[in-house]
Design a protein around this ligand. Structure first.
Ligand SMILES: C[S@@+](CC[C@H](N)C(=O)[O-])C[C@H]1O[C@@H](n2cnc3c(N)ncnc32)[C@H](O)[C@@H]1O
Length: 371
């Protein structure tokens, strides 16, 4: 796995910082490789083998079956510990170079695309109630003027967290969604595209390459991430219009987009917000336009569903468990889409630098509706 992105905003690491970060990443790889399979086996033996139809157990059944198992306790402890250590290791390194990163971001401001911040945008309570992902200060903490800390830290920690599975520019979710869309709607040529919950734009930038004639917008509620996202896009030569807006109620005109997408946004919202976001997508789309959300929704895959439940409880992603039981088709219908224009699919990751036997068997759930 390449440790560093090539763009000019990517935070540096000294030899010792790099070495500590690589150690944490290796520990996570070790934990997932060696422990996931064991938990799978426990679920298979204790639950699936008792069911003639091998139907996927509920989250509670799996939680109850695994909670006293030493194997699971080791796994759980290692996952939480490495998650916290990820931020403990990367955070001080970013803080050390923060003034320089802020200066660099200022020098990129307005060179390509745009950045529009709006102090009146309130942070939704589902993002402020806990430090999401155990990331201190979550996505939105502002420590100083023109802060880019949360964005820079996200870029570096996401690289370690994803353990090389998202490609050198961490853009695989964007490529995966586009690949799925092209498979279903080969002739779609969106001219105005909106990416909701873009964080630092990892998944946004692929749209610049796939649809070079389109006008591309990306929104998030977190200003610190957006400042970094804009500077990163300029550094990579990509034209994107970033703005601070809540996906539940944006300031864009109704009917002004022909493609609205999100990547891993839904699981970080709430039961109420996910419905509002779908309604907002419907309002934003022009007739014939497409809404496509991609996320970790795996109601029929036992271990993956257990993992989502675990993340809700121990990785500070509170809605990720309950999201598994949501009726996504029903939510699209309530938002205004017609049943015949709604489909669920599976986005298959496009990038892997792992050997074939280690490739994840799972893709993401794709929730798609045409207005
Ligand atoms: C897991 S991250 C998304 C990652 C990103 N889409 C990517 O592909 O790299 C979730 C992001 O959604 C943002 N977010 C959560 N709720 C939001 C809302 N209602 N409106 C806009 N952004 C939101 C968070 O601030 C965070 O940056």
């Amino acid at each position: 796995m390449r440790n560093n992105s090539d763009h000019a905003m990517f935070p540096e690491a000294t030899h010792d910082e790099q070495s500590a970060q690589s150690f944490i990443k290796t520990l996570r790889v070790f934990t997932t490789r060696n422990f996931h399979a064991g938990n799978n086996a426990i679920i298979a033996e204790k639950l699936l083998s008792q069911r003639p139809d091998r139907a996927c157990p509920s989250r509670k059944e799996m939680r109850d079956a695994l909670k006293g198992e030493p194997h699971n306790q080791w796994w759980s402890s290692m996952m939480r510990t490495t998650q916290e250590a990820l931020y403990d290791t990367v955070g001080p390194s970013i803080e050390r170079q923060l003034p320089e990163l802020i200066d660099r971001a200022r020098s990129f401001r307005g060179k390509l695309g745009s950045l529009t911040l709006d102090e009146s945008v309130e942070m939704p309570s589902y993002l402020t109630a806990v430090d999401i992902h155990c990331k201190p200060g979550s996505y939105q903490q502002e420590m100083t003027e023109d802060d880019v800390f949360a964005g820079a830290e996200f870029d570096r920690t996401f690289r370690l967290y994803s353990m090389g599975g998202l490609g050198p520019n961490l853009d695989d979710m964007g490529h995966t969604l586009v690949a799925w869309m092209k498979g279903q709607f080969g002739n779609a040529r969106p001219r105005r595209i909106l990416d909701m919950g873009c964080t630092v734009g990892h998944s946004t930038l692929p749209y610049c390459d796939h649809f070079p004639d389109a006008e591309i917008h990306a929104i998030d509620v977190a200003a610190t991430c957006l400042r970094y996202a804009h500077a990163r896009a300029v550094a990579m030569g990509k034209e994107v219009h970033f703005s601070q807006q809540n996906a539940e109620r944006t300031r864009f005109d109704g009917g002004s987009f022909d493609l609205v997408v999100s990547h891993a946004l839904l699981h970080e919202t709430s039961r109420q917000a996910i419905r509002a976001i779908h309604k907002e997508c419907y309002r934003l789309l022009a007739p014939g336009g497409l809404m496509i959300h991609m996320d970790n929704i795996v109601p029929d895959k036992p271990f993956e569903k257990y993992y989502c439940d675990w993340m809700a409880r121990y990785n500070n992603e509170p809605y990720m468990g309950a999201l598994q039981e949501e009726d996504m088709v029903g939510i699209c219908e309530q938002a205004g889409f017609e049943r015949d224009n709604i489909q669920l699919g599976e986005g298959i990751p496009q990038f892997q630098d792992k050997p074939a036997e280690e490739k994840p068997v799972n893709g993401y759930l794709v929730v798609c509706a045409r207005k």
